[in-house]
Design a protein around this ligand. Structure first.
Ligand SMILES: C[S@@+](CC[C@H](N)C(=O)[O-])C[C@H]1O[C@@H](n2cnc3c(N)ncnc32)[C@H](O)[C@@H]1O
Length: 244
């Protein structure tokens, strides 16, 4: 399992690049396989599936690997962060393939650190990451996680904030945050980090428009100490207060 990073070829980790170069088979969700540069795919078997084809992808990748072919399953960002690594390991366990298939997970730069860098340093103190996708997780549990993170003053990172079918969840997440945060709390929005069309914005919580996010966005809600200045968002860790 290989993480491709956020999208810019310069942010693909060298070990991941080497694994793709050495692979005989590349498997992935179509938009992720599209992120792999064409010369890297030349002469290889490329297997793509669409949305919700996760189990099919894993099954086909394991088939290839069990034949002895060096196979990479590509994910955007890091394969273990809302990526395919967990599912591959689950299937290997379920089918008892530990001795037949050698599994390696190669990290990638996840969207949360890529986007945080574009905003400044919002994650310099404790943070919680929550996906707003309720496809596999009941919404009630997502709300509980959001409320606990907001109450505990974590910086909150929101993955999968919006899609054409999920248009109200981000607004509700902001409402939950507002129960524990002031209206001026900075909210960072990064769309298409390190890809063509990249957009970055920092807004006060009370003025944040959830409609500005889309499927390729990530949202950061600051903690009680997070500040914004000159379009940057940063969370003090406490060094200044302790050592000055
Ligand atoms: C299935 S998750 C994949 C996460 C990925 N494995 C990672 O490590 O970041 C898809 C979600 O990741 C976020 N995402 C992935 N790439 C992004 C990018 N380049 N810019 C902003 N958000 C991104 C979006 O929230 C998107 O809905």
């Amino acid at each position: 399992m290989v993480g491709l990073g956020p999208g810019d070829a310069g942010l693909l980790c060298p070990k991941a690049l080497k694994a793709i170069e050495d692979a005989q088979v590349i498997v992935g969700y179509r938009p992720y396989v599209d992120m792999v540069q064409e010369p890297l795919k030349a002469g290889k078997t490329v297997i793509t599936t669409g949305m919700r084809g996760e189990l099919d992808r894993v099954g086909r990748a394991l088939e290839q690997a069990a034949l002895g072919l060096s196979t990479v399953v590509v994910s955007s960002g890091d394969p273990g962060v809302y990526g395919m690594a967990g599912l591959v390991l689950e299937v290997v366990e379920k089918k008892g393939l530990w001795d037949q298939v050698q599994v390696e997970v190669l990290p990638g730069i996840p969207a949360l650190t890529a986007a945080a860098a574009l905003l400044g340093a919002p994650l310099a103190h404790d943070f919680a990451v929550v996906s707003l996708s309720d496809l596999l997780t009941p919404w009630e549990l997502i709300e509980t996680r959001l409320a606990c993170a907001a109450q505990a003053d974590f910086v909150i990172v929101l993955y999968n904030p919006r899609s054409p079918k999920r248009h109200w969840q981000l607004g509700r997440a902001c409402e939950i945050a507002s129960e524990h945060r002031g209206p001026k709390t900075p909210v960072g929005l990064v769309c298409q980090a390190f890809r063509p069309g990249q957009k970055i914005g920092v807004f006060p919580l009370a003025g944040f428009d959830p409609g500005a996010a889309d499927m390729l966005s990530i949202v950061f809600i600051g903690n009680s100490q997070t500040r914004m200045a000159k379009g940057r968002m940063f969370t003090p860790r406490g060094y200044m207060e302790k050592y000055e």
